[in-house]
Design a protein around this ligand. Structure first.
Ligand SMILES: O=C(O)c1cc(=O)[nH]c(=O)n1[C@@H]1O[C@H](COP(=O)(O)O)[C@@H](O)[C@H]1O
Length: 275
């Protein structure tokens, strides 16, 4: 999916919500265990209930990889169930020496090889250019590079100052030499508030993937105040607060209600930029 298709989705759905499918077999409602694959059934019902309210699904691969072969099958089957007009994110946080990154890229971007054809993958920048560029060798696919993350540990390295800039600013400045805003997004945690101002100094046009609203307490209002650009420029993810809104048989209905609340707030924010 290219940049203008993402923007059109945002305009037509009045939403820039990504629903995070961080599906933990120990947290899904018990009545689903009558199905052959309870995780897949859970995901299908969440997707059916939310697809008109969000523009993206982010599948965090850790929640699938931890279940071995069954987990990988659920990951592939969930990928294949995603509506084709939504932006798909493989949240795998990969990155290694060049020839290894090329294999990771095939794992998520080459359906002939892996049965998966995601629009994007999250990538860690720590190993530098040759660890990131193999993901850019696929038409219309996006790298979403970790910049300023939502967790406490972001102070350990990302916020250290080196000369004029902090480490995450160096990451953005350097990586923007490898791809422009039509192929590169950055991860910025919703908990970072005014940190978005520093991000926008270096990445005025890029879309930002923003996790951390909902369960981690980030403020959508602040994210929009400091991070929104003329194209919206934001894909805001919420996982637990939506998918685990209820532990009971009404889980999909309640997930829809939570997604709807976020979408309505997003619609108001979008009206400020004329969307
Ligand atoms: O790359 C990510 O998606 C990510 C980056 C970050 O800085 N913080 C963060 O929470 N995430 C992911 O975003 C999701 C947040 O989930 P909730 O806190 O349940 O909404 C999880 O899949 C995290 O792994």
């Amino acid at each position: 999916m290219n940049r203008s298709e993402i923007i059109n989705q945002i305009k037509s759905k009045k939403s820039f919500l990504s629903v995070g499918l961080d599906t933990d077999i120990n947290k899904i409602p018990k009545h689903l265990f009558k199905y052959e694959n309870p995780v897949l059934e859970f995901n299908k019902q969440i997707i059916d209930a939310t697809q008109d309210l969000c523009i993206s699904y982010k599948i965090n691969t850790a929640f699938y990889e931890c279940n071995g072969i069954t987990g990988w099958k659920s990951l592939i089957d969930t990928y294949n169930y995603l509506p084709k007009d939504t932006f798909s994110i493989a949240d795998a946080k990969r990155g290694d020496i060049g020839n290894t990154s090329a294999m990771y890229a095939k794992a998520f971007f080459d359906p002939k090889s892996s049965d998966m054809d995601f629009d994007s993958v999250t990538v860690a920048p720590y190993m530098g250019k040759d660890s990131v560029t193999p993901f850019l060798g696929f038409d219309n696919k996006w790298v979403i590079l970790l910049a300023l993350t939502s967790n406490e540990g972001s102070y350990d390295f990302q916020q250290l100052r080196d000369g004029e800039y902090k480490f995450f600013e160096h990451v953005i400045r350097k990586s923007s030499e490898w791809a422009d805003a039509s192929r590169m997004m950055y991860v910025v945690g919703a908990t970072r508030g005014e940190g978005f101002l520093e991000i926008r100094k270096h990445a005025p046009d890029n879309f930002l993937l923003v996790p951390g609203v909902g369960a981690q307490g980030g403020s959508l209002k602040e994210v929009c105040k400091y991070g929104m650009n003329k194209d919206c420029g934001l894909i805001v993810n919420s996982s637990r607060a939506i998918i685990y809104a209820s532990p009971g048989e009404d889980f999909a209905e309640r997930a829809r209600e939570e997604a709807k609340k976020v979408q309505e707030e997003m619609s108001q924010e979008l009206s400020r930029i004329g969307f």
